[in-house]
Structures are given as structure tokens and as C-alpha cells.
Design a protein around this ligand. Structure first.
Ligand SMILES: [Zn+2]
Length: 141
């Protein structure tokens, strides 16, 4: 028999810093650790994600601007001849794709991060594992 989705209460959110609490699954008796950050720390992290996201998008915009600026300079270096410029385009091409993706990812994280860390399973020998087959944290709302 398989039972899914037994709801366990999360450890109390600490007043400051962060705390790690233990959850025992009622369905199978396995034990898990989860780290919960205080409101202040959660907010600080969200701000950091937000800033990183903005930096990522700003860098992407800057790269685009530089690239077009280089491309449109009428008396700029000859693009066919200069390998530096060619590799510049290669790098900006990759960064121009990755930076907005990272930036957006951070911005989304900044919105939905709730200060609850990943679930870790405590093994028989006391070691923790990120493999939590069949168990997951649902976003708190
Ligand atoms: Zn279980």
C-alpha cells in the first residue's frame, strides 16, 4: 500500500538566524531534516536574489548595447579581419542568452522564496541525503 501526501507541520520559524528541524514522516517513519530561516534572513535572501536578478538583466542589456554599439561604429575595426571581435560576438551571444535567463530565474526566486530549505532525508546511519523519494515540501501559502 502506498500513501502519499501526509502533511507534516514545518519546524517553527526561528526569531533570528536559521534553525534546522526534524520531521518524521507518519506514513513511513523516515526522518527528514529541513532548515527554516527567520523572517529577517528570508527577506535578506529575497533581496539578494532580486539584486542578482537585476544585475543579470542589466548586464545583458549592457552587453546588447555594447554589441550593437560596436557593430554600428562606422569607422570601427573591420569585423571580417579581427578575431578578437569575432570571439567577442561569441561570448556576448552566450552571455546574452544566459544572463537574462539567470536574471529572470533570480527574480522569480526573489518572489517565491519562503525561507524554507530543501528537504534532506536522514539515513539509517545518520547521514543526510538529498534523495527524498516520494517526499517533498509543498510551497507554503
Ligand atoms: Zn514517508
Amino acid at each position: 500500500m502506498v500513501t502519499n501526501h501526509r502533511v507534516q507541520p514545518l519546524p517553527m520559524r526561528p526569531e533570528e538566524g536559521s534553525g534546522t528541524g526534524r520531521i518524521v514522516c507518519e506514513a513511513c517513519g523516515e526522518q527528514f531534516l529541513v532548515t527554516v530561516h527567520s523572517r529577517a534572513r528570508t527577506t535578506a535572501k529575497r533581496v539578494r536574489y532580486f539584486v542578482l536578478g537585476l544585475i543579470g538583466l542589466a548586464l545583458a542589456a549592457l552587453l546588447l548595447w555594447l554589441t550593437f554599439d560596436v557593430a554600428m561604429q562606422p569607422d570601427g575595426p573591420d569585423l571580417d579581419m579581427d578575431p578578437d571581435i569575432a570571439s567577442w560576438y561569441g561570448y556576448t551571444g552566450i552571455a546574452g542568452i544566459l544572463l537574462p535567463l539567470f536574471g529572470l530565474g533570480y527574480l522569480i526566486n526573489a518572489r517565491k522564496y519562503d525561507g524554507v530549505g530543501k528537504l534532506r532525508r536522514i539515513g539509517e546511519d545518520g547521514t543526510t541525503s538529498i534523495r527524498t523519494a516520494g517526499h517533498k515540501l509543498l510551497p507554503s501559502k
